[in-house]
Design a binder for this molecule. Structure first.
Ligand SMILES: [Zn+2]
Ligand SMILES: [Zn+2]
Length: 402
């Protein structure tokens, strides 16, 4: 049977092996054959990738926006535009992430994202959303506004799960907030991945959350305070959330691909210490991603930001807040090339942090996340520096470099 599309003459990063001078054959949006050389079957379209790397598409499971679009407040049309922007950098799945706000505003924006997913041709890029906050630690709030932070009440949790629980795939909360264990159970029961973050939890609090089903850590080492001095005994350190999640091989850890948010040795450390499918790289990118240096932006609620050297910082009259780091402006392909360098990985191992590992974490690895027969043809063609030349979503070209 003839195929729709053949990519050939590339280094294929297949799920089980790397194939030099390899090809990928696509039929009905799915990968139907991989191998070396050129296949016998005819294909309606043949693309010679001229020695470039044929990689699984990238999955960014934590991003707030890109190109002046913000998933907390932009319109459906603008968010659709953002999806094609992500594809320029090789993303074939993104998990739109909301930032702390009122429960009403959060639910209403989740509904908009659901409409986008249902109605847009690019909606397939959204496996679900990530609700980040408002159930976070005030001290570790980072870019989240203090006024919205609270503990989860039964009423709020019931509303969130009841109205938008079907679209939320992951939810970040601090395990020291009131009712955190109960919240963890509710999330697990309704198929939402509980993720620990923006936290100064004790070891015991984190362990209780893991026992109740927490399985992921949101941007480890950024707004997590894992170790604290024992107030009773000078210079004795108390273990915190970090120790609990590093000791448990069921918990996956995400790092932001940015040396300002995550000091470089942590990339090597996490690579060494975590099982191979429990390491995830994200952008946590904000609205200013892809915009020029020193661009100033204002959220609808008045909070102001500026772009500086790959990160976003806050503008505020309070000198304690002004200049604070509030998020990154990195794209997923740049994050990938940094990870490769910082953790001293092969491209194959580095790519797993942005493909199969997040797919496994999100529970979508049967459909996507690697180049394997039967999976969707979610594919990136890139050069050795991770510059993206072409992106395929379910076999359709959603980006091609000029
Ligand atoms: Zn965060
Ligand atoms: Zn975030």
């Amino acid at each position: 049977m003839d195929s729709d599309l053949l990519l050939y003459n590339g280094t294929v990063l297949g799920e089980t092996q790397t194939i030099a001078n390899g090809y990928v054959l696509v039929r009905d949006g799915r990968i139907c054959r991989i191998g070396s050389g050129v296949p016998e079957q005819e294909a309606a379209e043949k693309i010679d990738v001229k020695g470039l790397t044929i990689s699984p598409g990238f999955i960014d499971m934590h991003t707030h926006g890109i190109g002046n679009v913000d998933f907390m407040e932009s319109s459906i049309e603008d968010m659709e535009q953002a999806l094609s922007e992500y594809a320029r950098y090789g993303a074939t799945r993104v998990v739109p992430t909301t930032i702390s706000n009122t429960i009403d505003a959060t639910i209403s924006q989740m509904k908009q994202i659901r409409k986008l997913r249902e109605n847009s041709p690019l909606g397939a890029m959204i496996p679900g959303t990530h609700m980040e906050g408002p159930w976070l630690s005030a001290r570790c709030r980072g870019g989240h506004a203090l006024e919205y932070l609270k503990s989860p009440t039964a009423e709020d949790v019931r509303r969130v799960i009841g109205e938008v629980g079907d679209i939320i795939i992951t939810l970040t909360y601090a395990p020291e907030v009131q009712n955190a264990v109960w919240l963890t159970e509710q999330l697990c029961y309704h198929g939402i991945i509980p993720s620990l973050g923006h936290t100064e939890a004790t070891f015991e609090q984190a362990e209780q959350a893991i026992l109740a089903g927490a399985r992921h850590v949101t941007h480890m080492y950024d707004t997590t305070l894992g170790y604290k001095e024992n107030p009773e005994e000078a210079l004795v350190m108390m273990p915190g959330m970090e120790t609990a999640v590093l000791m448990d091989d069921h918990v996956s850890i995400e790092l932001i691909g940015c040396p300002v948010h995550v000091p470089r040795p942590f990339f090597r450390f996490i690579n060494k210490i975590k099982p191979r499918d429990k390491k995830v790289l994200v952008t946590d990118s904000l609205v200013g991603t892809g915009l020029p240096e020193q661009t100033r932006l204002t959220y609808k609620d008045g909070r102001r930001l500026y772009v500086e050297q790959g990160v976003l910082r806050m503008i505020d009259e309070d000198p304690a807040v002004n200049g604070n780091l509030t998020g990154s402006a990195v794209t997923i392909n740049v994050a990938l090339s940094r990870l490769k360098e910082y953790a001293e990985l092969t491209i194959r191992d580095a790519v797993s942090w942005v493909s199969l590992n997040p797919a496994t974490t999100l529970g979508i690895s049967k459909q996507t996340g690697s180049i394997a027969i039967g999976k969707y043809a979610d594919i990136v063609v890139m050069d050795e520096s991770c510059n993206v030349k072409m992106t395929l979503l379910k076999g359709n070209r959603v980006f091609k470099a000029e």
